[in-house]
Design a protein around this ligand. Structure first.
Ligand SMILES: [Zn+2]
Length: 672
């Protein structure tokens, strides 16, 4: 091992940690994304040459390894209690009165923090390195979600500076910033998955994913709001306010809106002011948390059986309004999903006039038992899209019609069917007019084929005039110039612009084209890895489900969806039509060594290897043309095993499958 590589690796890690902090915590990036990517690429390449130098706190290790089969339980050394809620200034005064009486003092300093609507977690650092992330659970015991918190980039893998105690347990909130939440929902809708309704619930669900690779792209964030075990606690840090200072110094994100008050009246004024300000934040908050500052006071106050006596939450009332459901529309999406949307009597809510509210699906309609003409309560949960939360049954007019799921598609009259989960209703007619328009709109959209000049109105006109039926027809519009000129508002100039936009779109990458086809579960990032792996439409079409699953991050569900699409009649026609219209982008494939002893063989890896992490050995095997599998069967060609290999190795020996130690594996490669 070369000492210079070791030094360079250490320097790169420091550099990357510093820029992560500037970017994700300070919001003040000092290098471009490209420069950042170059640093990471250099580190990755050095580490791949010196795998013995890879440590768990290296920034390259953020992306999780194998999916877990379940979560380990973790006992909290300091219980994670819940906080009592208050809803009025008077209740806050009562709280202050109780605290002063118990402590026998006349005034108390409080620290006040925004209450972020997220999921509480505990992060344990030993010798400055993140060793454990855990959920609150029942307060005594939570789930070990270390793998998932590691991919949250505002969480430092290593504390900054060097003056940290041996054990630092940071507590805080993992939350979903509004922008990232909307972005994920946009992608989910694009790939035909139901959007998440509520960021907090979706954050909790995300942290419970067994595969950290699904967590990383969701871009969750973290803000500290307390500490658990600190050992040793520095003597001079006798107050929470000073602890927050220390946390910031160690690179842990804390809330910049945190305030300290010596005076209860000033605190109550802040509560009143904050109600307006909180809506401007990049994340949802539903109140403030008020905490006694001094640690010795906190110790004296202690806890009730459920919550600490030294802190309380103030919650703002959710913004709600009452209105009337005038009618319900059924919208047909590009994959045929039929969504009920309520048209409301216009009502003012949280500063905007609300006229419509999504009812999401028919299960929701049934649960709420909505009838036309009903008086309903709507709410902006986390200030997102308005939701109908309840129906006032007492105000129902006699003879009101209940909202029933349509028995045929409201656009084409075609048959409808519930999807596999029984929640969504889908139109089954692939040439349904509404679906064709929605699909074309998506295909031409900025994030897909980016065809300039092809907006919704034009697409509707093209479909109505029967000039376009499918994607490929867009690329044949050159031959229909005269027909285009007959469309409303289409002069020579706009026709020229449209045709130029279509020409430019012909050279979009394979990844973009694949994402534009609106195949269920295939968003931009999945399309990218598949395009890179297969290199052409023809190669993707030829791949079966097991071949598709060789692509990193592609599981059975995604592989099944792609395979079904490419094998379907409509899929095959679409590909043939695109190719004959001259749209057939190629992408350079990842090099695969066809002559390796592992080409085409199914290989299982078990135990801990010396020179490879799990994802590294899998990448290595895939680049050697192997199929990596998780379970041993008669079809397995080799089992590569490391330390602490368990039942898989036993099973291989039982079945007579060839087994290779790590050294034997390396030896086979040098021999070939
Ligand atoms: Zn239809």
């Amino acid at each position: 091992m070369s000492a210079s590589a070791e030094r360079r690796i250490a320097a790169l890690r420091d550099e990357i940690h510093k820029h992560d902090h500037l970017y994700f915590v300070e919001n003040n990036p000092q290098i471009s994304d490209e420069q950042y990517d170059r640093l990471v690429a250099e580190l990755r390449s050095l580490e791949s040459r010196h795998p013995e130098l890879i440590t768990p706190d290296s920034p390259t290790q953020r992306v999780g390894e194998r999916p877990l089969s379940g979560f380990k339980q973790v006992r909290h050394r300091v219980p994670m209690l819940s906080i009592d809620n208050t809803y009025s200034p008077d209740e806050v005064r009562d709280f202050d009165g109780r605290v002063r009486k118990l402590l026998e003092v006349s005034s108390i300093a409080y620290v006040v923090e925004p209450k972020i609507d997220g999921v509480a977690v505990a992060l344990r650092y030993e010798a400055g390195a993140l060793v454990l992330g855990a959920t609150r659970g029942d307060g005594e015991t939570g789930d070990d979600i270390t793998q998932n918190v590691r991919v949250i980039r505002s969480i430092p893998l290593r504390l900054g500076g060097d003056a940290w105690p041996a054990v630092v347990e940071v507590r805080g909130e993992v939350y979903w910033p509004r922008k990232a939440f909307d972005e994920t929902n946009r992608q989910r809708e694009a790939t035909g998955e139901p959007p998440f309704a509520n960021p907090r619930n979706a954050t909790a669900g995300t942290l419970k994913q067994l595969d950290a690779r699904l967590v990383a792209p969701r871009k969750l964030a973290f803000i500290a709001h307390g500490v658990g075990e600190i050992d040793p606690l520095p003597a001079e840090v006798d107050r929470y306010w000073l602890m927050l200072d220390r946390l910031r110094g160690w690179g842990v994100p804390t809330n910049p809106h945190t305030r300290r008050f010596d005076d209860l009246e000033a605190l109550l004024e802040f509560i009143a002011e904050w109600d307006a300000q909180r809506h401007k934040l990049a994340y949802a908050t539903d109140g403030l948390v008020i905490k006694v500052d001094r640690f010795d006071y906190r110790d004296r106050l202690g806890n009730t059986s459920k919550s600490p006596r030294w802190c309380i939450a103030f919650k703002y009332a959710a913004e709600q309004a009452q209105t009337v459901v005038e009618s319900v529309d059924f919208q047909v999406g590009k994959l045929g999903t039929i969504t009920p949307v309520a048209n409301l009597r216009p009502v003012l809510l949280a500063g905007t006039t609300v006229r419509r509210a999504s009812l999401h699906n028919f299960e929701q309609v049934e649960r709420l038992d909505i009838h036309i003409g009903d008086t309903v309560t709507i709410e902006k949960a986390g200030e997102i899209i308005p939701q109908v939360v309840s129906v006032d049954g007492a105000k129902r007019v006699p003879g009101a019609r209940r909202v029933a799921p349509p028995s045929e598609c409201p656009s084409c009259g075609g048959p409808v069917q519930k999807d596999e989960n029984g929640v969504y209703l889908r139109c089954q007619n692939p040439s349904c007019g509404a679906q064709v328009v929605e699909r074309l709109r998506f295909f031409c959209g900025r994030d897909q084929m980016d065809i300039e000049g092809a907006g919704v109105a034009l697409i509707e006109a093209l479909v109505a005039a029967k000039l376009v039926h499918g994607y490929a027809d867009m690329f044949r519009l050159h031959e229909r110039r005269d027909d285009l000129l007959k469309l409303e508002r289409m002069g020579e100039k706009s026709v020229d612009n449209l045709l130029a936009g279509i020409d430019a779109a012909k050279s979009r990458s394979l990844a973009r084209l694949l994402a534009a086809l609106a195949i269920q579960h295939v968003g931009a990032s999945t399309a990218e890895v598949i395009a890179e792996y297969f290199g052409s439409l023809t190669a993707i079409a030829a791949a079966d489900e097991s071949a598709l699953q060789q692509v990193e991050g592609v599981g059975p569900e995604v592989a099944g969806s792609i395979s079904r699409w490419f094998r379907s009649d409509a899929g095959q026609k679409t590909i043939a039509a695109l190719q004959s219209a001259g749209v057939d982008p190629k992408q350079t494939r990842r090099e695969i060594a066809a002559d390796s002893p592992f080409a085409g063989k199914t290989v299982v890896v078990t135990g801990t290897l010396k020179n490879y992490s799990r994802s590294q050995i899998e990448d290595r095997l895939k680049s050697l043309g192997a199929k990596v599998s998780g379970s041993v069967s008669k079809k397995t060609a080799y089992v590569v095993y490391g330390d602490e290999a368990g039942s898989k190795l036993d099973k291989a020996r039982e079945l007579g499958v060839a087994t290779l130690s790590e050294d034997e594996f390396e030896h086979m490669l040098t021999r070939s």
